[in-house]
Design a protein around this ligand. Sequence first.
Ligand code: AMP
Length: 289
Amino acid sequence: MQTVSSVAALREVIRQWRCEGRRIAFVPTMGNLHAGHYSLIETAKANADRVVASIYVNPTQFALGEDYGNYPRTLEADQRGLREQGCHLLFAPEDADVYPPEQHGPRASVDLGHLGTSLCGAFRPGHFAGVAQVCARLFHFVEPDVAVFGEKDYQQLLVIRALVQAFAFPLQIIGAPTGRSEEGLALSSRNQYLSDVERERALGVIQALRRAVAEIQQGLPIPEIEERGYHQLAELGFKPDYFAVRRALDLALVGPEDKDLRVLVAARLGKARLIDNLSAIRGKDVIAS
Ligand code: AMP
């Protein structure tokens, strides 16, 4: 596996692959890779002949006071992991490669509507605008046929789908399932901010989500489910940002006819902000019985 940092070097490799008629998959990441990331590489390999991963801690998606400076950077270990995983090319740019300082002038942005401002967007101002900005640039650099994103960051996945639609990027977005520990904790680079005790307690997130899914299947009222989930986490010592049930398609508030739902949570525990989500089909138990 080759590592390149300049856009010119990246484009040269891609150009060669295009001449050979290769189908290209792209997996953007911020590094500090774990089994969740590697499962995206697997999905990418299954959908293309060549896989490009990127590692870039994008400053524009961190709100003021967030962990941009402390975000774990482990390039060498990540390179080893990607190589073992069968990734073909790593793009690991510097800030000046992604945002050339000589390029002043207006910054393009996309109106993400409530997708950009609700849930995580409400607690991380500018976050999704930054995600959309960097992904648009990365898509132009790589020009992949498909890009793989994790359902772990479900709102982000929908933001990317909206971005691709808004600007007619000629690529397919694939959502990949969340990689978890055996006990069910969603794998995350930020889990390393947790102490051993907190790590154990963090299982409260998946427990609260599973309970909500069961309650949705039973057809219990959504506001009750949201409130119970929030308090369940607060009682365990979390500081929840939100515990929400939304329409899976677009994260709109749940209407009476909506069945395909998503339960989403963000909660702080010690130094970590954990996010997770599960799919839920309303009234499934009721219909089945
Ligand atoms: P990050 O490095 O956190 O920006 O994540 C890069 C990509 O990996 C995003 O598409 C994430 O949704 C995805 N990802 C992160 N954690 C997981 C996980 N536990 N399972 C599956 N995908 C994940």
